[in-house]
Every structure is written in structure tokens, then in C-alpha cells.
Design a protein around this ligand. Structure first.
Ligand code: ACO
Ligand code: LMR
Length: 264
């Protein structure tokens, strides 16, 4: 019989060997003919399936709303400094991307894990927050440096509004909002942030869209797909900042002495 030579690589999301490349079996022609968008491409290449229109639109909203948040945030600042050091677009981009993590933009997966476990276990928001506090763990998805109770994050409002209008269920979002109501009693900046909102709404998508089995939803949360949404989104803004510095011919950045407290 035939002997199959073992391959060195296994790949399950796309195929470029035929007349035209396919993403999860969908050809380039079909992508164009059906006027699919970036949300559909993410659905095919990350989740290997079609998602309903309201879900791909939500993914696109995440990408659009998280594309940039000004020059002062960690990522953009790193990109700007790197670009001003004369580095190329790729170096400036990755310098910014490297700041994405548990404090900045990369709290989505942990927020999803925490909200899912607590909501599925029917923990009250108070028990959830105080339990994490006892363990010395911050609530991922809660808190912001400049946004607060009286200066809400418009992105979070827009995402919530969309989910409440188009999603079959907002159980996890409702839970996250109840957590926010509790944390806001502690400090005005402990708002549900954009990472937390994306996490909670994505949990609702995984649970109620009918596109994922409970085991698949669990796997997606465990593997950690969701920070990647912020990575893709913010790359758009970071490239913008890198190019902007070059266009403006900005000189090498040096931080002012006055802004450093020298304690030696
Ligand atoms: N959970 C519990 N306590 C918190 C949280 C939180 N999420 N955030 C702040 N606190 C508490 C701190 O423990 C601190 O209390 P203490 O003074 O008793 O020690 C107090 O609030 C102030 O903390 P700071 O670190 O000074 O707050 P800051 O405003 O600098 O923090 C940050 C902002 C980093 C976003 C923080 O709220 C946090 O770590 N949140 C969780 C991570 C997260 O969701 N990041 C994504 C932000 S959105 C984005 O980047 C796109
Ligand atoms: C962002 O999107 O970069 C932020 O929410 C972080 C910030 O401090 O503005």
C-alpha cells in the first residue's frame, strides 16, 4: 500500500495550492463576490467558520474602535520613540506591539477567563471582586488611567449598545456591568474598560451565537484568541504613528531631565 511520508508542518486554516487560495475553504473569488469584510476573514482564519453578520460586524467594530487611542498610550509612545530613532516601520510597529499585555490592551483573554468562571459559577460581583482582592489579583477588564465614572469610555458605550441591540443574549456583558457597578463604589476610575467590554461581549458571542459548541468556546477562552483582536486593531494606529513621525521629520527623542526624579 501507499506509505505516507510524515510532514513537518500541519496547517488547518488555509490552502494556497489550487487555482486560487482559500481561507477555511472559501475562495478569494467568493470573498469578493459576497462582499465579505475583515470580520469575515478573521472568522475564517481564526475560527475556521462563517459567523453571522452581527458577529463579524462586532469583530470589525472592535478593530475600528481599538485602532488608536492617541500618542500618549504605551504602545504609541514606544512606536513614536522608535520611529524617531530612525528605525523602519516594522521595528517601530513591533516596539509598540510589545507593550500590549496585562495592563495595556492585553487584558482581554484574562478578563474573559475571569468573567466566564465567575458568571458560570453564579458568583456575586462582590464575591468575585473581593475574592480576587484576597488573592492579590487585579480584575482584568476593569480600570482606566483617564476614563472614569464621570468621563466614560465612548468605545465601551458603543460596543455595549451594539451588543444589546443585536446579540441574542448579553448574559456575560450584564455580569461585567454588574461587576463595574461594584468596583465603581470603590474608586471612580474602576470602570469597565474596552478590554473588559470586548471580553464580556465575546463570551456572549461564543455562548449564544450557535456557531460554537460549549467545548469550542471553552477552548477559545483557554487558548487566548482575544488579545489578538487588540493586536490587529492597534497595529493600524501604530503604523500611522510610525509614518507620521517620518512625515514630520521628527528628531531623535530624548526624555527631559526635569521629568525624571533622580534618586541616586
Ligand atoms: N482591579 C482591582 N484593583 C484595581 C484595578 C483592578 N482592575 N485597577 C486599579 N486598582 C486599584 C489598585 O490596586 C490601586 O489600589 P491601591 O492604591 O490600594 O494599591 C488603585 O486602584 C490605583 O491603582 P493604579 O495602578 O494606580 O491605577 P491605574 O489608574 O494606574 O491603573 C490600569 C490603570 C493599569 C488599567 C489598572 O486599572 C489595571 O491594572 N486594570 C486591569 C488591567 C486592564 O484591564 N487593562 C486594560 C486597560 S484598557 C486598555 O489598555 C485598552
Ligand atoms: C487604549 O486604548 O490605548 C487605552 O484605553 C489606554 C489608555 O490609557 O488610553
Amino acid at each position: 500500500g501507499k506509505v505516507r511520508v510524515p510532514t513537518h508542518v500541519v496547517s488547518s486554516i488555509c490552502d494556497d495550492r489550487g487555482e486560487e487560495p482559500t481561507y477555511a475553504g472559501v475562495s478569494m473569488s467568493e470573498l469578493m463576490e459576497r462582499e465579505y469584510g475583515v470580520g469575515d476573514v478573521i472568522a475564517l482564519l481564526w475560527f475556521k467558520r462563517h459567523l453571522p453578520k452581527y458577529a463579524t460586524k462586532f469583530i470589525e467594530m472592535c478593530v475600528m474602535l481599538c485602532a488608536d487611542h492617541g500618542p500618549c498610550v504605551s504602545g504609541a509612545h514606544n512606536t513614536i520613540v522608535t520611529s524617531r530613532a530612525g528605525k523602519d516601520v516594522v521595528s517601530s510597529l513591533v516596539a509598540g506591539l510589545l507593550t500590549i499585555g496585562p495592563r495595556f490592551g492585553g487584558a482581554i483573554d484574562d478578563a474573559a477567563r475571569l468573567f466566564k468562571a465567575a458568571c458560570d459559577a453564579d458568583d456575586s460581583p462582590a464575591d468575585f471582586v473581593e475574592g480576587l482582592k484576597r488573592r492579590g489579583v487585579r480584575v482584568s477588564g476593569i480600570g482606566h488611567r483617564i476614563k472614569s465614572k464621570d468621563n466614560r469610555d465612548k468605545r465601551v458605550a458603543l460596543l455595549q449598545e451594539y451588543a444589546r441591540k443585536f446579540f441574542p443574549s448579553t448574559r456575560y456583558l450584564d455580569y461585567a456591568v454588574a461587576v463595574e457597578a461594584y468596583t465603581l463604589q470603590k474608586a471612580p476610575n474602576l470602570v469597565l474598560n474596552v478590554d473588559g467590554a470586548i471580553a464580556a461581549i465575546f463570551l456572549d458571542l461564543l455562548a449564544a451565537s450557535g456557531a460554537f459548541s460549549p467545548a469550542e468556546a471553552e477552548q477559545i477562552v483557554n487558548i487566548g484568541y482575544l488579545n489578538a483582536l487588540f493586536v490587529v486593531a492597534r497595529s493600524i494606529g501604530l503604523v500611522g504613528h510610525a509614518l507620521d513621525q517620518r512625515r514630520l521629520q521628527q528628531p531623535l527623542y530624548r526624555h527631559p531631565w526635569e521629568d525624571v526624579l533622580y534618586t541616586s
